[in-house]
Design a protein around this ligand. Structure first.
Ligand code: ADP
Ligand code: MG
Length: 663
């Protein structure tokens, strides 16, 4: 038998030498140059630096130097700073529970020093000169330096060749290190950052000094993430439950194939959190197709007692005391920010930094021609006292009435389906009662969309349904059997009528009582079996009721497999194994209530597609105008249920440019 496999002779228990303990700890804290950069910049920020400079050589493997202008370390504490579990940031357990600094474990410098050459040069403002200590030698020497601290790290992993082998190319390590600084830069717009590599400046973000931290944050977001992110995202600012949230969320149509632009900060610390990521993604559910990934930068503030930051050696993960409350709050806030549809907004340009803020209704339109024309500020809008009933609107009902009311007969709750969509009632009945109209809008909008976010029209001259005063203007023609053309203040509006109608029908179905019912299911002649993990098996058993509610009869078949015996009747073509797995994953992550809602939404979206007006259907002008007015009153009207845009603006400026006018 191989000697390696035989049990080793027992050794006596011994305390490990300090150096080895540090090296073991370093295994957790220092994975690559980027981890060193992160820890050192954390320290600079904890020392109240206003300018942080990072100098890298050889991707950071050869050397990493971080300079700051922070508070510095007194000479008599320099050696202590390098000791394990020595920190100035907490002194007791209660400090730990309300920690406000980036660091607190007192192990970063010691860990780094155990796997690289490290020296520390520091000068508090009150000291006449700086002092320097070498981690290896340990003795102090006077040095020259302005107030602040410099940490130099050379030859990372020189003494642990096995780990050095895990490092990637110089370019990759540099990219990771840059990413680390980028995260800090996003969190701290008030601090200036510069990154040098092999003597060249590779990134620089100047400190943003404005009295309003929000403005600074927005500006820094633009500096770090770029103009495209700003142009395709909207501002989010909300206080919900235990959370205050702000940041920007990308528009669904700007979603990406990779999750490479998702930044989440909890109390100023960049973290990865599956719960919050899931909450954000699910807010996009019915606007984003399958695997598309939204871009976002979200900053969460929560009372320190409600979040544990000491659950991961590198503090990249946190644990919320009430995860569900956080999930709900994040999801609702993102949903709300996305729901403010551009179609319901006035066209205006004067937003600070030339970018839009959903909360104030100043979202810029991205022009089809790719020209960012400056927009004239336009009057504020108001929902008029219900658009006076015009004969043509009755014809419009032919589009809606039968389609939405009878579509549910595919096995859905026909009895509970609305006879006519809420918003349309008011039009059809020619109601001039503002209350009724507002109520109708309210039903379409869902719970918390304040009327103030809707378009506004000066009350003294409410426009007719075919006026250019409306955000989407008045219809002038239909072309290609698909597109409705309209004229508004800014110029030409082009609407994909099927996509737009699909969204309207879908939002109405969602709002209707039909959504409350149990989904009809269809038994399978031959059960579908799928391999399952122990977690999936446990979830299937625990959430059997919720699954049945969604039309899925799922039961364990063996210790490693599940059988699906019925499927939702309205989803005849879905890949059942895939559907079941993702439903189980969500049930496990967020519990039953939310998933039931999602699955309903998916089914409703399918129905809405069938219920929406088909291409090549000729519309009258009155029908077209009714469609435009309904879009203005519908949440998320900017995208169809598959995330495609429903309308575009071509400005007069765009047209002028096309014809080389005014040059
Ligand atoms: P922690 O940050 O968890 O306290 P570190 O090992 O990163 O642990 O740092 C140890 C101590 O050294 C810190 O608590 C702090 O007092 C001091 N220190 C480290 N870097 C700096 C710096 N750039 N400026 C001022 N003090 C620093
Ligand atoms: Mg630290």
């Amino acid at each position: 038998m191989n000697a390696v496999l035989s049990a080793p002779a027992r050794r006596p228990i011994r305390a490990l030498p300090d150096e080895l303990v540090s090296q073991i700890a370093a295994g957790e804290v220092v994975e690559r140059p980027a981890s060193v950069v992160r820890e050192l910049v954390d320290n600079a920020l904890d020392a109240q630096a206003t300018q942080v400079t990072v100098r890298l050589a050889g991707g950071g493997v050869r050397s990493i130097v971080v300079e700051d202008d922070g508070a510095g370390i007194p000479a008599d504490e320099l050696a202590l700073a390098l000791r394990r579990h020595a920190t100035s940031k907490i002194a007791s357990l209660s400090d730990l529970e309300s920690v406000a600094t980036m660091g607190f474990r007192g192990e970063a410098l010691a860990a780094i020093a155990s796997v690289a050459d490290l020296s520390l040069t520091s000068r508090p403002a009150s000291a006449g000169h700086a002092m320097r200590v070498d981690a290896r030698g340990g003795e102090l020497q006077p040095a020259a330096r302005a107030p602040g601290t410099t940490v130099e790290v050379h030859e990372l992993f020189f003494n642990t060749p096995a780990r050095r082998k895990f490092l990637k190319s110089e370019a990759t390590e540099l990219a990771h290190a840059l990413d680390a600084v980028r995260r800090h830069a996003l969190a701290r717009p008030d601090v200036g950052f510069a990154v040098w590599h092999d003597g060249r400046l590779v990134a620089q973000w100047r400190a943003v000094r404005t009295p309003l931290l929000d403005d600074a944050g927005v500006q820094r977001l633009g500096d770090v993430l770029g103009a495209e992110f700003m142009a395709t995202s909207r501002t989010l600012a909300a206080v919900r439950g235990p959370l205050a949230l702000h940041g920007r969320v990308g528009r669904p149509e700007a979603a990406r194939s990779r999750a490479d632009q998702q930044y989440l900060f909890v109390n100023g610390r960049y973290v990865r959190d599956r719960l919050v990521a899931h909450a954000v993604r699910s807010a996009y559910d019915d606007q984003l197709h399958g695997s598309r990934q939204p871009a976002y930068a979200l900053f969460l503030q929560i009372a320190p007692e409600l979040v544990d930051v000491n659950v991961h050696p590198t503090k990249i993960e946190v644990r919320f005391r009430d995860g569900r409350a956080v999930h709900g709050a994040v999801q609702a806030a993102v949903q709300e920010a996305l729901a403010v549809s551009r179609a319901t907004q006035p066209q205006a340009g004067a937003a600070p930094h030339g970018e839009g803020r959903a909360s104030t209704g100043l979202e810029p339109q991205q022009s089809v021609l790719g020209l960012f024309a400056a927009r004239e500020p336009s009057p504020r809008w108001d929902r008029p006292a219900a658009a006076a009933g015009s004969g043509g609107l009755a014809a419009w009902s032919a589009l809606y009435g039968p389609s939405t009311a009878t579509e549910p007969s595919r096995g859905w709750q026909a009895a509970d389906a609305p006879n006519a969509p809420a918003g349309l009632d008011a039009h059809l009945h020619g109601s001039s009662d503002i209350g009724a109209d507002a109520d109708a809008a309210g039903r379409t909008l869902g719970s918390e969309s304040p009327a103030s976010l809707r378009g506004r029209v000066p009350a003294d001259h409410p426009p007719g349904p075919e006026s250019i005063e409306w955000p989407l203007g008045r219809a002038v023609a239909q072309i290609g059997g698909v597109y409705v053309l309209a004229e508004n203040h800014a110029g030409l509006v082009i609407v994909d009528m099927h996509a737009a109608h699909e969204r309207i029908v879908y939002e109405r179905l969602k709002a209707s009582g039909a959504a409350q019912q149990r989904l009809p299911s269809q038994p399978l002649l031959v059960p579908v079996t799928l391999a399952a993990t122990p977690t999936e098996l446990a979830t299937a058993e625990a959430e059997r009721e919720a699954l049945l509610h969604m039309g899925l009869d799922v039961a364990p078949l063996s210790a490693t497999s599940l059988a699906v015996r019925s499927r939702p009747a309205a989803l005849p073509d879905a890949d059942l194994a895939e559907l079941t797995r993702s439903v189980l994953a969500e049930l496990q992550a967020v519990g039953s209530s939310r998933v039931v809602q999602r699955s309903r939404d998916a089914l409703l979206a399918t129905m809405a597609c069938h219920g929406a007006v088909r291409a090549n259907r000729r519309l009258t002008l009155a029908e077209m105008n009714a469609l435009l007015r309904d879009m203005e009153a519908t949440d998320r009207a900017d995208q169809c249920n598959h995330g495609r845009p429903t309308w575009r603006q071509v400005t007069i400026k765009d047209l002028d440019a096309l014809f080389l006018r005014g040059r």
